[in-house]
Design a protein around this ligand. Structure first.
Ligand SMILES: [Zn+2]
Ligand SMILES: [Zn+2]
Length: 330
């Protein structure tokens, strides 16, 4: 089959590899669409993946074309979206239900062969069946949405909270949609690139600015970083209101450092927290997706054939558009 392979840091190849075979409880998915995200850039830079070479792609959906001997509920022809998380189920974190923090955490497209290929293997247990009304390739949006849902699990937002989001890329916009769903009184958004804020407007953001200084509200109950950029994080930390929460959602470089004010954290009971990937949130993200919380025509800006994976990464790196997909069938 044709697949994207990252053989070593900063190298992308589109090449031919062996077709995958399913294990007893696995299915083989013919990938219809695979999203690109910041994590793929980190993997390319050698930062996140445990080992290379790797077939990347952790955001995908497709049609089941083969099933293992012990697969019970899926059959060839079913269309599915795939939760990429592969946790061990046995370590302390798994036993406490924190599967995303598994001591042996792996993920399809991060440590194991992913969806930037014609076919990918996934455990049956990781697949959510798609109803008729949903376009298969669009359903690749469920994975990033499930990360955002996990973020809100960590936040435990309250009705009528005021929310500030840094970064109006795909994840920032998903956070915006979920903030509205979570009953936010207002959701404001900051992005240094004014052009990127247009989509936020389209989706009904309360106010946008290229710097939080331009916004009326001085401090917010919930501040979410979706940039992974130190300057934005540093700015956001000082804008958290009393008893408020700062959520680190964007992925920084592993060695990034920011300053905090321990006195304020104490005196104003401020929470600084983070959320990593998906934990028991994929199923719910699928429900929200089916309910139209992230309209694909707004969220997916670019669709490229698999052969243009490098170009897709490049657009991602340059901050072009919103969610960029590669289509292995084209
Ligand atoms: Zn991702
Ligand atoms: Zn585990």
């Amino acid at each position: 089959m044709r697949a994207v392979v990252i053989p070593e840091k900063e190298v992308v190849e589109v090449t031919t590899v062996d077709d995958p075979a399913p294990g007893a409880r696995d299915v083989v998915v013919q990938v219809a669409g695979c999203g690109i995200c910041g994590t793929d850039l980190h993997i390319l830079e050698g930062e996140f993946a445990p080992s290379l070479p790797l077939v990347p792609g952790h955001e995908f959906a497709g049609e089941v074309v083969a099933v293992g001997a012990d697969v019970r509920d899926l059959a060839a022809g079913d269309r599915v979206a795939v939760d990429p998380t592969l946790n061990c189920g046995e370590c302390r974190q798994c036993r406490l239900g924190r599967f995303n923090l598994c001591e042996r955490w792996r993920a399809i497209g991060v440590s194991d062969p992913g969806g930037a290929a014609e076919f990918a293997v996934a455990p049956e247990a990781n697949c959510v069946k798609l109803p008729e009304a949903v376009s298969t390739r669009d359903a690749a949006l469920i994975e990033p949405l499930s990360c955002a849902v996990r973020g809100y699990d960590v936040l435990r937002m309250r009705l009528a909270d005021h929310v500030l989001i840094y970064g109006s890329g795909t994840m920032g916009l998903m956070m915006l949609q979920l903030a509205k769903r979570s009953g936010a009184a207002t959701v404001d958004m900051v992005d240094v690139n004014a052009q990127r804020l247009e989509t936020a407007r389209e989706l009904g953001v309360s106010a946008v600015a290229t710097s939080a200084d331009e916004l009326d509200r001085g401090r917010w109950d919930v501040v979410i970083d979706c940039t992974g950029v130190v300057a934005a994080i540093q700015d956001g930390l000082r804008r958290v209101a009393k008893a408020g929460t700062f959520l680190q959602f964007g992925v920084t470089e592993t060695a990034a450092k920011v300053e905090i004010d321990p006195y304020r954290i104490y005196n104003e009971e401020i929470t600084i927290t983070g959320s990593m990937a998906v934990n028991q949130s994929y199923e719910r993200a699928a429900e929200l997706f089916l309910d139209g919380v992230v309209p694909p025509e707004v969220f997916i800006s670019d669709r490229l054939p698999l052969g243009q994976y490098s170009e897709a990464l490049d657009r991602m790196r340059r901050g072009v558009g919103r969610k960029i997909q590669v289509l292995p069938g084209e």
